[in-house]
Ligand binder design. Sequence first.
Ligand SMILES: Nc1ncnc2c1ncn2[C@@H]1O[C@H](COP(=O)(O)OP(=O)(O)OP(=O)(O)O)[C@@H](O)[C@H]1O
Ligand SMILES: [Mg+2]
Length: 180
Amino acid sequence: MQSLTLDSRSPEATQLLGSYLGGLAQKADVFLLTGELGTGKTCLVQGIARGLNVREYAFSPSFVILRQYHGRLPLYHIDFYRLDCVEEIADLGLDEYFHGDGVCAVEWAEKGLQVVPQDNLLITIHYVSLSQTGRSIRLTSQGERYDELMKQLKEQTELWPRSGKCRTVQDLKTGGQNRQ
Ligand SMILES: Nc1ncnc2c1ncn2[C@@H]1O[C@H](COP(=O)(O)OP(=O)(O)OP(=O)(O)O)[C@@H](O)[C@H]1O
Ligand SMILES: [Mg+2]
């Protein structure tokens, strides 16, 4: 198990982090997203889509349970928000997606932890108090595949702010070289 906590100061930064994950993603990867309403789970999935070279842009509102996008690998964007109990989730028969040909990103995953794969990357987004656009994003890996993914992600985010040093998305992209 490995973990990493990164700051995000804008929707664009959250998407950029998502795009790193999409770039590193492999077939049958499972990304679980948790965090209060409106923290930026969908925003992160938009980044994952970008990292997978998905061209469509039609991100579902929470009433759609599963939507598929076509990229380097298929992206299955799943949202448990509207589901009331774990039995309801189990009845959806999502295993073919979890162990299939694409990447699954699951919002409100905490509602179905008993029925999602035990090996996964768990991403929890928190609001940062007194800031409209500040978020803290915690990633935790479970299982060998995700430990490896986390290792790669740590390399890619070496310059990412953990204590508010970089300010803009441009900084993140250039490793802070443009900082004034
Ligand atoms: N740092 C940030 N990261 C992500 N989103 C941010 C950030 N700052 C502000 N936002 C805004 O917060 C909102 C996040 O919305 P989004 O739909 O991604 O949240 P969500 O967690 O998926 O919500 P829900 O719980 O309804 O599914 C967007 O309006 C986005 O512009
Ligand atoms: Mg959402």
